[in-house]
Every structure is written in structure tokens, then in C-alpha cells.
Design a protein around this ligand. Structure first.
Ligand SMILES: [Zn+2]
Length: 339
């Protein structure tokens, strides 16, 4: 939810504020990164002991990697920036004009029943290429809609592959390193998904008839919320403990629907969000309750995705040619070309 060089932040921050950010990049970015870092650390620390201990022991590496998806968007890497930006958001109403139905109560949003599939509020194609086809069908540009649910799904599966390698070669440090990096990148996208203004076309002020959001500045202020020390989650109740998610993309549509359903609530509280990342600020009870709920939702979703990847990894068969230190002289018999 923190996108310092993204479309979102460019849209969110008035020109004067951009100037201030450029003059004080360290302090501004530290606060903006603080939300991702905080949630990622909390998610790792909430994992049950069934997950490998090296995750918890190297939480700092995971936290650092969780900031990289924003760093990928560099002015000196324009091609990567163009690819990366839409991974961070999903403007639901652009593809599903009716939007999502009202969410269930917030307390249920972070407490999936074990083994139960979350009801889908809308239906997404099973992979990103199916989604690109749907966008063409509905005459919308996929890079304007965003691909966030696919980024979350695919990085969960990449982490599952790395976990499967770790299960087979548990002492290999390079495999552990890959698990840590993938876990960090996954955390970033999962956390973005729980920011209501990352899943709506009204991402920075109410969009006009041409689907343009007017850059009111609200996006930056909401992005900064989870990094504010005034938002304290406190002890999390047992019902919010991470759970294995049985049908990932279906579950994410439910998470998006609940996040999107908070957009009206966010706009109703607009004047109460923090004015920036360093200025003194006293949260209203409503903003504080919203911040605490989203902090818990982001933590719970991220930890549940880690658990889901670990569960999936137990069924993934790793190929022999991945064995650390192995240099096969030839391709294995029957191996096929994969381009
Ligand atoms: Zn982001």
C-alpha cells in the first residue's frame, strides 16, 4: 500500500508535496515504508511453529524484500516500471461496473472458517492471460485496471515452489535465501490488497465520468496510516490466526470485495486521516478503529498466504536437476523443451 514512485503516489501527492518528498526522501520514505515493514514483521511473527524456523530467524531479510516492489519502479528502469505498476492495484469497478456487493462485517473479514471457501463476490478468470482477454472483451486497458490478485496468487505459488525445494534440501542456504526474498515480495502485494484505495477506481478522489481520479491527496494519507505509531493493533485474538486458504483466487476476490466495500467509509473519514507522515496527529476513534482493523487484516492475509504456500509445497515434486551443486552433463531423458 506504499507506492512512493507509482502511479498511485503520483496521483496522490500534489506537486508541492512531491517537491517536499524530493527534498526529504529519507524521512518521507521511512514512514511510507513503515507500514509494509510493520505488517510483514507481524505476519512472520504470527506464524505457527509448523513453518520453518529460518523464516522467523531472518525476518529482517523478509521485511527488506517486502519494500522491493516499490523500488522496482525506478525512472531509470522504464520498462520494468511499466510492467510493475499495475501489479500493485486492482480497479474493481472498471471491469465489474456494478462493483462488489457490500462486505460482510469486518470482524469476519479476517477470520476465515478453517476449511471453508470464502464466497466469491465476483468471479475472476483463472489466470492473468484470461484476465487480459476479459479486459479486451470489456474494452478496458489491463494496465489501467491492474493485476494485483494475480500478483498475489503467482507469488504465493512461487513461494510454494521455493518451500518445496527447502523441504527436499533443508540445509541449502541459497534455497532459504530464495524463500526469504519471495516471502517479502509476496507480503508487499498482499498488504496492498487490503488498502481500500488500491482496489477501486476512486483511488485518489472520486473518479469523474471519464474514470479519472482527481488527485485529491487522500491516497497518500491513507497509505501512510499503517505506519503511524498511533495505530496500535494490540493483541490479536485467536480467531485471526493464519489459516490455509483452500481456493486462493476465490478467497482473494472476497478480500478485494471487503476492501472495496470500505471505500465509502474511507471517504467519509477523509478529513481525519494523517496530514502526512511526520506531522503530529491525533486519530479520531473511527480512523483508529479502521487502521487497527486493516492492520490486522493485512497481517492475517499475509500470514495465511505463507501458510498456504507451505501447505501447497508439501505436494509439489521438485525435479532432480534442481539439486544443489548438481551439474548434469545432459538433459534428463525424456526432458522437454519449454522455451
Ligand atoms: Zn505497492
Amino acid at each position: 500500500m506504499i507506492d512512493p514512485v507509482s502511479r498511485r503516489l503520483r496521483a496522490a501527492v500534489p506537486v508541492v508535496m512531491i517537491g517536499l518528498l524530493l527534498l526529504t526522501p529519507a524521512s518521507a520514505h521511512a514512514w511510507l515504508s513503515q507500514g509494509h515493514a510493520r505488517v510483514t514483521r507481524a505476519a512472520v511473527e504470527s506464524l505457527p511453529p509448523t513453518l520453518p524456523a529460518f523464516l522467523r530467524e531472518n525476518v529482517g531479510t523478509i521485511v527488506g524484500a517486502s519494500l522491493d516492489p516499490d523500488a522496482f519502479r525506478s525512472p531509470l528502469a522504464p520498462e520494468l516500471t511499466a510492467q510493475e505498476g499495475p501489479e500493485h492495484f486492482f480497479d474493481l469497478e472498471m471491469v465489474f461496473p456494478g462493483g462488489a456487493p457490500a462486505s460482510r462485517p469486518a470482524t469476519q473479514a479476517t477470520t476465515p472458517t478453517p476449511g471453508a471457501t470464502q464466497p466469491a463476490a465476483f468471479s475472476l478468470p483463472p489466470n492473468r492471460y484470461g484476465f487480459l482477454a476479459l479486459c479486451r472483451e470489456r474494452n478496458v486497458e489491463p494496465n489501467k485496471v491492474g493485476l494485483l490478485p494475480y500478483a498475489v496468487t503467482e507469488w504465493t505459488q512461487r513461494l510454494a515452489v521455493a518451500f518445496a525445494e527447502h523441504r527436499r534440501w533443508p540445509d541449502d542456504p541459497a534455497i532459504k535465501a530464495r524463500c526469504l526474498v519471495y516471502a517479502g515480495i509476496l507480503a508487499h502485494y498482499a498488504e496492498d490488497l487490503t488498502q481500500p484505495l488500491h482496489v477501486t477506481m476512486h483511488y485518489d478522489g472520486r473518479a469523474d465520468a471519464g474514470n479519472r481520479s482527481p488527485r485529491s491527496g487522500i491516497h497518500f494519507r491513507v497509505d501512510a496510516l499503517l505506519g503511524r505509531p498511533e495505530i496500535e493493533a494490540g493483541p490479536v485474538d485467536g480467531a485471526s490466526e493464519p489459516q490455509v486458504i483452500p481456493a486462493l483466487l476465490v478467497h482473494l476476490t472476497g478480500e478485494i470485495a471487503r476492501s472495496n466495500a470500505m471505500v465509502d467509509q474511507v471517504y467519509a473519514m477523509e478529513k481525519d486521516f494523517p496530514p502526512g507522515d511526520v506531522q503530529p496527529w491525533t486519530p479520531s476513534p473511527a480512523v483508529k478503529a479502521f487502521g487497527v482493523e486493516r492492520l490486522r487484516a493485512a497481517t492475517s492475509l499475509t500470514a495465511s498466504l505463507y501458510l498456504t504456500a507451505w501447505d501447497l509445497s508439501s505436494r509439489i515434486k521438485t525435479p532432480d536437476w534442481l539439486a544443489p551443486g548438481t551439474q548434469p552433463a545432459t538433459w534428463p531423458a525424456g526432458g522437454s523443451s519449454r522455451r
